[in-house]
Design a protein around this ligand. Structure first.
Ligand code: IMP
Ligand code: MG
Length: 180
């Protein structure tokens, strides 16, 4: 069905579901008695975010932030821009930043620094995917779904040039698509 786009499936719907359930249990445990503010980084984290919070049982709040760093390429420009800010103040809150993937780490570093300046009680980072081999700046990841190799992946919220976010699993994008 996706053979024109996807080289191979990296993480199936079942694998994603199982791992996200484990992450939800862990976060529930770590935040028992608290009400974390779960911050989804648009747009890539939407599927992960909704699946994760749906599996969590503690009380929580949600908010959204939109960031752009990529343009249409497959490499980070290193330049991070905020497109949409949070709706509310975060002072004194326990923030969990929810991302789709950490690559160079520039986006996360920018986000964490910016939110730290607003004096929350705590900030933790939760990412579905992590590409540690591509890191160019240090970021401490608190919750990580999967480590991935240095390959460009799409689906389950992740895009290439705005497309393929609706694929229900994570797959490796065919090279011919971005080398065209
Ligand atoms: P960083 O600033 O280099 O860490 O880039 C993080 C952002 O780049 C993520 O939020 C994604 O939007 C995008 N990104 C990095 N690697 C991939 C990938 O393999 N597929 C899709 N998007 C990616
Ligand atoms: Mg993104």
């Amino acid at each position: 069905m996706y053979e024109d786009t996807i080289e191979r499936v990296l993480l199936s719907e079942e694998q994603l579901d199982k791992r996200i359930a484990e992450m939800a249990v862990q976060i529930d445990r770590d935040y028992e008695g608290k009400k974390p503010l779960m911050v989804a980084i648009l747009k890539g984290s939407i599927m992960f975010f909704t699946d994760l919070i749906r599996k969590m049982k503690i009380n929580l709040e949600i908010d959204f932030m939109a960031i752009s760093s990529y343009g249409n390429g497959v490499k980070s420009s290193g330049e991070v821009k905020m497109i949409k800010d949070l709706d509310r103040k975060v002072e004194g809150k326990d923030i969990i930043i929810v991302e789709d993937i950490i690559d160079s780490g520039y986006t996360m570093k920018y986000l964490k620094n910016m939110l730290e300046a607003r004096k929350p009680n705590s900030i933790k980072i939760c990412t579905l995917l992590d590409k540690p081999s591509r890191r160019e700046t240090d970021v401490q990841v608190d919750y990580r779904g999967f480590e991935v190799e240095n390959e460009f992946v799409v689906g389950y919220g992740l895009d290439y040039a705005g497309l393929y976010r609706n694929i229900p699993f994570v797959g490796i994008l065919k090279r011919e698509i971005y080398e065209k």
